[in-house]
Design a protein around this ligand. Structure first.
Ligand SMILES: [Zn+2]
Length: 124
């Protein structure tokens, strides 16, 4: 792990904190499993999300940060707080599980909307 950290940081394009969090996440979005090193588009979606938003009292610590794609973070989860559906003393893994379910449901709904838009857009 130390070698990966040193090697990525030595490229000049990675901060050590991002590498440490990236290794923990497998360099994938922790909410939808998008491989963030699979393409330019995916790589450009790399973000850090506060699982419990700081605006809702979430701490700015590694335990409250998830690597997320921009789509999940900005367009889907945004400031939604999984702690509202979690039991007291929920772990990081519990909260991520709740976000994953929320993201999956929202993506299904959005895809359904997009299918309708496609039908209409290409109907002639
Ligand atoms: Zn995602």
């Amino acid at each position: 792990m130390q070698k990966i950290i040193e090697s990525l940081v030595s490229t000049g394009q990675w901060g050590e904190h991002d590498v440490v969090l990236g290794i923990r996440a497998g360099f994938k979005c922790e909410y939808c499993d998008k491989d963030l090193l699979a393409s330019v588009e995916n790589y450009k979606e790399w973000q850090k999300d506060h699982i419990i938003p700081t605006s809702k009292g979430g701490a700015d610590i590694n335990d409250n940060i998830a690597i997320s794609c921009k789509t999940c973070n900005v367009n889907i989860k945004s400031r939604w707080n999984p702690a509202e559906l979690a039991e007291e003393n929920a772990t990081r893994e519990d909260l991520i599980k709740i976000v994953r379910k929320y993201v999956k449901n929202r993506r299904t709904q959005m895809l359904s909307d997009i299918c309708l838009f496609r039908e209409i857009a290409f109907s002639e």
